[in-house]
Ligand binder design. Sequence first.
Ligand SMILES: [Zn+2]
Length: 333
Amino acid sequence: MAPSYPTQRPTDATHLPADEFDLPTALLNLPWIDSHTHAQTLSWADRERYSLAGCRAMVMVASGYHWTPYKPVTAADVRFLWDDAINRRRAIERDHFFEAGLALGAHTGVRIENPADLVGSMADYCGLDEVVAVGETGVTPTQHVESWELDAQFELVRAQMELADEHDLPVILHTPNARDTGPDYRPGVGLPGFELNTELAQEPVLTGENPALEAVEIDFDAAREAGLAEEQVVASHADPNNVDYLLGETDCYASFTVGYEWLTGVTAADVAEAIEEYGPDRVLVETDCANVLDTDVFSVKRTILELYRLGIDVDHIRQVVFENPRNVYGLAD
Ligand SMILES: [Zn+2]
């Protein structure tokens, strides 16, 4: 029954009575975990935004080829990324009140000169309490500055998976995005939103019809060889190109990067579709925020609200943004 208002003529209040829509107020304070972020590379103000938006915990990923000054990269360059994250993690937690677990790994987006040295030292890092995952890593079809043959990439990915299995840690898999990136820009401006010299991208080492998916399938070959259970794999950057393989053909988790739709095309709608198709048990969400990219700290929080609009139950939203990552990474217990 619409309430009567003393307005001169009917207004929207008459047509949209309050009792027609229950406000999902629980979502406003829902704790969430960013399953994949490079928040240590952001500004203090960005990390404060995480707190303001109700982030309860995050997996701070110390792995990447964007932040190493020299190319090709040496083992020491990658270890610096790990050491920098270890150095700053506790101070970040103390300043911003969210919990920060670390993922340490070696990316294959650029050739590493002495990968065996890196794997040798990684075992000692895997035993640290603050290390909650290995990664991000995974075979990549295309490198930056210098290409890297597939066999060597495979060996590094497999070796990290073996270490993860030995230490009972999950692996964050970097799965390549399949989307063609937007319009043709003026020569010389690069890719707006990506502070990287994209002209230095090399010829791909994977050249099949769907190299992005092929790379993921090779990663699961590596997991099998390493004896790592599929449930110990969190496939990051899940997208419409790989979600059916990940959730339909393996037992891994699929984590959707919602922090830069402009680059990947991935939005909350893809997350909702995955939940509807496969259920919420193996779905996660992440920002993948990083200094070199135009990324959005608020994107997981926005996704929480958007998933509700798209018809996902509050319990399932909570499971995807909080309970699943809490269980996988042992954070926010
Ligand atoms: Zn990342």
